[in-house]
Design a protein around this ligand. Structure first.
Ligand code: MN
Length: 398
């Protein structure tokens, strides 16, 4: 048996014009969604996500039901964006904790997560982050390409690698929560976690005051720190909790399963049919294998990045660390040398940041060079017309 008390709040913050976060909480389900996309699309995505997860969970209160609810939310947002082109590109983070029932009827808390909203567990003044951010910078920290300190200021720290409603398939992190009575769970959008350091989170969320006061204190602190984004907070406190009989910690991907290959051979099937099945199976297997090879090849060469090659800034095609036997290919040299980049940008180049196209990689190099130029050439009216002309054409920010 698992029971919790709860409190929640969402606040527009001090900078944004709209609140694209959505929250829902009751005695068995807590959801935070942080929507993204222009023309109110972020709000739509977050609302669809929260609504669909609520409906799906109450239709099937098992772990499978909860994950299926997230997959349904993904499909619902993808479908909505297809019908409403002005909402193209919308998506949302999704973080939920629900009391799920196993086959024996025992209930325990389960967390599902996509994106960079965060779940924390608090006990005796200590804080444990339950979720991993699905953002470019954090994934690179896990790969060892950035230190946490570099990630904290990295330009791509807000760029998500996973979202709900962004693609046909969604990968959902699923985690059983191992808790005791008295533990608190904090769920929040990045508008809270970006403004407050962990020490503040522990102090404010773990304060043995009323849950509502704690939530209010967290929102107030995030506003005081600048309130740069929408702020959403859900705080749960377990009165009673059963640990899961078989704890889960895995990522479930809703990618369509590969085509059925061989049916189970049954004693009754006649030899001829069996042979045909084997043949079909082999054909299907070869098709899947060819697909995997093609996909790997495509992935291996699907991105471009800048690198330092004997002092010159060059463009490679491929994945910086290679994929299987596919190694990155030096595609071309840019007209710039490493010495013509600011020290900060030299580091950025060495971090081999992938760009989706060759054009984007060229533009990136050009921008870095111009950033350096702006630094060394005092901006005066004596700039030649050629220089100002080329500067204008390459400024990408409009
Ligand atoms: Mn946000």
């Amino acid at each position: 048996m698992t029971r919790w008390r709860y409190a929640a709040a969402t606040d527009i913050g001090l900078v944004r014009q709209t609140n694209q976060d959505a929250v829902y909480v009751d005695g068995a389900l807590a959801v935070v969604a942080d929507g993204m996309g222009g023309h109110a699309a972020g709000e739509v995505a977050a609302q669809i996500a929260v609504e669909t997860v609520r409906e799906g969970y109450y239709a099937d209160e098992s772990v499978g039901g909860l994950v299926a609810a997230v997959e349904r939310a993904n499909a619902a947002i993808v479908a909505d964006a297809r019908e409403n082109p002005e909402r193209f590109g919308m998506g949302t983070t999704l973080l939920a904790v629900a009391i799920t029932y196993d086959f024996a009827g025992a209930s325990s808390p389960t967390l599902v997560h996509v994106g960079d909203s965060r779940g924390y567990q608090l006990r005796d003044g200590a804080l444990r982050q339950l979720t991993e951010d699905h953002s470019v910078a954090e994934e690179w920290v896990r790969l060892g390409r950035l230190t946490p300190e570099e990630a904290a200021v990295h330009p791509r720290r807000h760029q998500l690698t996973r979202g709900v409603g962004v693609e046909e398939a969604v990968a959902v992190d699923v985690l059983s929560i191992d808790a005791m009575a008295g533990d608190r769970i904090l769920l929040c959008s990045d508008g809270l976690s970006n403004e407050l350091v962990p020490d503040d989170l522990v102090r404010l969320a773990g304060d043995p005051v009323d849950l509502e006061d704690a939530v209010e204190g967290l929102v107030a602190a995030a506003l005081a720190a600048g309130g740069h984004d929408n702020i959403s907070v859900v705080l749960l406190e377990f009165d009673e909790v059963t640990p899961p009989a078989s704890p889960i910690h895995r990522t479930v991907t809703s990618a369509p399963p590969p085509a059925e290959t061989l049916g189970r051979p049954r004693g009754r099937s006649r030899p001829r049919r069996f042979t045909l099945r084997v043949l079909l199976g082999v054909v299907a297997f070869l098709a899947v294998a060819a697909g995997v090879v093609a996909l790997t090849h495509w992935y291996a060469y699907s991105s471009y990045y800048l690198a330092d090659y004997q002092g010159a800034v060059v463009i490679y095609q491929g994945q910086p660390s290679g994929v299987l036997w596919y190694h990155p290919v030096l595609l071309e040299a840019t007209p710039y040398s490493m010495g013509e980049l600011r020290p900060l940008d030299q580091r950025a180049v060495k971090a081999t940041i992938p760009e989706p196209t060759l054009g984007a990689a060229r533009a990136y190099a050009r921008n870095l060079y111009h950033e350096w130029r702006l630094g060394v050439t005092p901006t005066t009216t004596s700039t030649t017309s050629t220089t100002s002309g080329s500067t204008t054409t390459t400024t990408g920010r409009g």
